[in-house]
Design a protein. Structure first.
Length: 89
C-alpha cells in the first residue's frame, strides 16, 4: 500500500530546538556572579564555561535558534509561531 502525503510529511519532519537564556536574578547580581553561559544569536550557539579562571573549559553547542537573556518574549514567540500554527492545524 503506497504512503499518503501526510505519512511522508510526518516521516520527513524534524525537531527544531530554540534556546532562550534567562537573565541573572537579583541574588546572582547582588553576589556579582559571572555568567557561565553566553549566547551568540547570530551563530545560533550557546557556550558553557566551566572551571576556574586558571582552568576554564568552554563547550559550545549549536541550536536552530538562540535568544539571549535580553530577548523579548514577543521575539521568541514570533520565531516559533509558524511551528505552533502548523501543530495547531
Amino acid at each position: 500500500m503506497p504512503e499518503t502525503t501526510e505519512q511522508v510529511d510526518a516521516r520527513s519532519a524534524s525537531v527544531q530546538v530554540a534556546v532562550r537564556l534567562r537573565p541573572m536574578n537579583s541574588k546572582e547580581e547582588a553576589r556579582d556572579t559571572l555568567p557561565v553561559v553566553t549566547a551568540n544569536s547570530a551563530k545560533s550557539e550557546v557556550t558553557l564555561i566551566r572551571g576556574s579562571a586558571q582552568r576554564q573549559q568552554r563547550q559550545t553547542y549549536s541550536f536552530d535558534s538562540v535568544f539571549g537573556s535580553f530577548s523579548e518574549q514577543r521575539e521568541v514567540f514570533d520565531s516559533v509561531r509558524p511551528l505552533v500554527d502548523d501543530v495547531m492545524h
